[in-house]
Design a protein around this ligand. Structure first.
Ligand SMILES: [Zn+2]
Length: 281
């Protein structure tokens, strides 16, 4: 079976990782694993518990702060991601949710030939929002991060933002999968909330967040080392309250830049960024 017979480019059976054939409302692999397709969205973990996201998908973006603060956060994240975007090899966002960040990435980078942008999430409700927002510019699939529907060595960049605290009970198996689907030399980019920030309990303990626990950079780096990651980096960013009157944004942006330049203090920033590479061997 040639790769070209797969109905959605790089997507593969998450169980045996062989190409999928289109049988109308079902995709099926040569070994007989079957996956329903609803409104164009393949469900590789149909029936999985969406947690709180089934109920909150439509309001999720609004729940994460004042619109101008969210805009600021996303644009800063984009600046941090840009140096790692591969020119040709495809990219994958794990836990893409409603696609708000993926939309920013596509908006800035622009259309790419072939299948470049990919997003997976466990929640079909969140992905339906993403599909509405992003249209055909991106390949979306519902999948469990512990069984990604891609072959080994597919992506030049795999990234996630604000995902790790949601998957704290299965962090190791998720990171192992992200690592598996990376090309040799590919980059894993992980941005999350910093447990050292003293105000996180205020921002993050919200009913819509469900079962969460923050992941320390120490735990994260330990898992990445055990996977054989190369060149692990860690940096701290952000000092912006999530809710703020629009008129104060400029002032707080200035304060944030000052804060980030202060060694010692920036260790308590709102977010951290951890990156690493998959070795060429
Ligand atoms: Zn299969």
């Amino acid at each position: 079976v040639s790769a070209a017979s797969s109905p959605a480019g790089l997507l593969r059976c998450p169980t045996c990782r062989r190409p999928l054939a289109d049988e109308g409302r079902t995709w099926v692999c040569p070994e007989g694993h079957r996956f329903p397709v609803q409104e164009g969205l393949p469900l590789f973990a149909a029936g999985a518990d969406e947690g709180v996201f089934g109920d909150y998908a439509e309001h999720y973006d609004a729940g994460h702060g004042s619109p101008w603060v969210v805009e600021h956060l996303l644009s800063r994240r984009l600046e941090m991601l840009k140096p790692y975007l591969p020119p040709e090899a495809p990219i994958l966002e794990v836990g893409c949710g409603t696609g708000s960040f993926l939309g920013q990435v596509i908006g800035r980078v622009g259309e790419r030939p072939g299948s470049y942008y990919h997003g997976v999430d466990l929640s079909p409700s969140m992905l339906r929002q993403a599909a509405r927002r992003l249209g055909r510019s991106v390949i979306l699939a519902q999948a469990d991060g512990q069984r990604l529907p891609f072959a080994d060595g597919t992506f030049g960049l795999v990234y996630c933002q604000a995902l790790l605290h949601h998957i704290h009970r299965r962090l190791e198996s998720n990171l192992e999968e992200m690592f598996r689907v990376l090309l040799p030399g590919g980059v894993l980019w992980l941005l999350d909330s910093n447990p050292w920030n003293p105000l996180w309990w205020y921002y993050i303990i919200q009913p819509y967040e469900g079962d969460i626990k923050q992941i320390s950079t120490r735990r994260l780096a330990g898992v990445l080392r055990s996977l054989g990651a190369d060149r692990i980096t860690c940096s701290y960013h952000g000092a912006m309250p999530h809710r703020l009157p629009a008129g104060l944004l400029t002032l707080f942006q200035r304060l944030e830049r000052t804060w980030e330049r202060l060694p010692g203090l920036n260790r308590f920033s709102t977010h951290y960024l951890v990156t690493c590479r998959k070795g060429l061997r």
